[in-house]
Write a protein that binds this ligand. Structure first.
Ligand code: CO
Length: 208
């Protein structure tokens, strides 16, 4: 694949869209009204729109290494504020994936430069759930479980924000933890029991 090919693809894509609806791009240019905010991994195999079967205008997307929501990350926090307060999305999804290189790197001891502080957030997830993870003897299963627990903790980070806490008092908004299984292509809902988790911790993280 070279850059020239991309532009050929783009011209073909425009032609295909216009064949179905000649006003397709005119409609898109009016504005966006997505009901989902998707926070996922930058991994090239985990395409947000394609795996969900949605098109342009339907999902507001934020991607970074290992689908993290660090509280001091200006980019992730701005995306959440914009999506919740201005676009008024009804659903916030944190989507991890099994075979995540970021999570795998955090399980190993190696100096990765600027990636160290980023991946440190995943090591913190491990520390929070050390008893459960240490009890898993199969390395592959432990890796998969850390992917799931990381999704859970990033969902909790979403709920810690004032924007989400404020919105949840005023309207319907929900947070979902999903995992994409690269091996089968399946999207899995982790069905995280947020009420149970939040019951214990909201006393600490309650802002609004
Ligand atoms: Co990944």
């Amino acid at each position: 694949m070279n850059a020239e090919q991309i532009f050929t693809n783009n011209r073909n894509w425009i032609a295909e869209k216009l064949k179905v609806d000649e006003n397709y791009f005119k409609t898109l240019s009016i504005g966006q009204n997505p009901s989902f905010l998707y926070i996922g991994c930058s991994d090239s195999r985990v395409t947000a729109e394609e795996l969900m079967g949605v098109g342009p205008g339907e999902v507001f997307v934020h991607r970074n290494i290992a689908n993290m929501v660090p509280n001091a990350d200006l980019s992730a926090m701005s995306v959440i504020t914009y999506a919740v307060t201005h676009l008024e999305v009804e659903h916030i999804v944190v989507c991890g994936h099994y075979y995540c290189g970021g999570v795998k790197a955090a399980m190993q001891s190696s100096d990765l430069g600027i990636l160290n502080p980023w991946l440190r957030n995943i090591r913190d997830v491990y520390r929070l759930h050390k008893a459960e993870l240490d009890s898993i003897t199969n390395e592959e299963e432990k890796y998969q479980r850390l992917v799931e627990l990381n999704v859970q903790e990033q969902c909790i980070n979403v709920i810690k924000t004032s924007d989400v806490q404020k919105a949840s008092k005023e309207r319907s908004i929900s947070v979902h933890g999903w995992v994409f299984d690269d091996h089968s292509g399946k999207l899995i809902d982790l069905k995280i029991d947020f009420d149970k988790i939040l019951h214990d911790i909201m006393e600490i993280y309650h802002i609004i």
